[in-house]
Design a protein around this ligand. Structure first.
Ligand SMILES: [Zn+2]
Length: 272
């Protein structure tokens, strides 16, 4: 799924800043690919499947997803007091009883093991993989350092290992590419891990936003049945997300929406 230029601008700011890079190149549009059809030649490379949204059914389901970003080289910034976590956001989701999928980097789980464990043991939440390092899987991805092809699979597996070490229980085999940047080559590299790549169809624009109402409006304008909304769980780079969520949740419920985890949307899509 390709986000609009307006969305990419905000998202780019987040990813560039997370990479401590002030000279981010022009964003590269994420490319999607699908699992080869059954009739495809047997020599076609196996690709990790890509999921962007659930069925557009009349039963209104929506998945809020939160990227817990922390880049492998940001340890010094965390040690200096920068907060890449957002406990108030998680508390708000619990209070509002909103199921959600958290796409966590392995580095985040290492920095905040107690929070990772608490999220990963709470029945409202499931923890998915957002890489260990938050480095890019393609060239020219918002200024992020790029992983070599041979390190891609290991980076994903290292994140799952970090979750296990932190005591996270509810992990799901979903992966979100840092920056959403991927292509057939990266999907082929990750196929052996068994993950499904999860993109989105609604970008909240919470990256570096200062106006919670604007974030809420954007989400409320764009959500459709089956939508996957991308937001962030890091105070450092997404400081108004919790306030936006407190507006979004009751407004969508009023419209008849039910909040679900990504696993439920993927399950619904598989049953169709
Ligand atoms: Zn991210």
């Amino acid at each position: 799924m390709i986000a609009s230029a307006r969305h990419l601008t905000a998202a780019c700011a987040l990813w560039a800043a997370l990479a401590a890079c002030g000279t981010a190149p022009a964003p590269q549009a994420a490319q999607t690919a699908r699992r080869p059809a059954l009739a495809a030649p047997s020599r076609a490379p196996a690709l990790a499947p890509v999921f962007a949204h659930g069925p557009r059914t009349r039963g209104r389901s929506v998945a809020l997803t939160f990227d817990a970003d922390m880049t492998a080289d940001q340890g010094a910034r965390a040690a200096a007091g920068e907060r890449f976590d957002n406990p108030r956001l998680i508390a708000a989701l619990r209070r509002l009883r909103v199921p959600a999928t958290v796409f966590m980097t392995g580095r985040w789980a290492e920095e905040y093991p107690a929070q990772a464990r608490a999220i990963g043991r709470h029945p409202l939440f499931e923890v998915a993989n957002h890489s260990y390092s938050h480095y890019a899987f393609t060239d020219d991805c918002y200024g992020l350092p790029t992983l070599s092809r041979k390190r891609m699979r290991a980076d994903v597996e290292r994140a799952f290992a970090a979750f296990r070490k932190a005591g996270v229980r509810r992990t799901v085999p979903y992966f979100r590419f840092p920056g959403g940047c991927h292509d057939r080559r990266t999907l082929a590299a990750l196929a052996p891990t068994g993950v499904t790549a999860v993109q989105w169809d609604v970008v909240s624009g919470d990256a570096f936003a200062t106006d919670a109402d604007a974030v809420a409006r954007q989400v409320l304008d764009e959500v459709r049945p089956g939508s996957v909304v991308v937001m962030h769980c890091t105070r450092s780079a997404a400081p108004v997300t919790e306030r936006a969520v407190r507006t979004i949740v009751p407004a969508l419920r009023k419209r008849g929406y039910r909040f679900v985890k990504v696993s439920e949307l993927i399950g619904a899509a598989a049953r169709r």
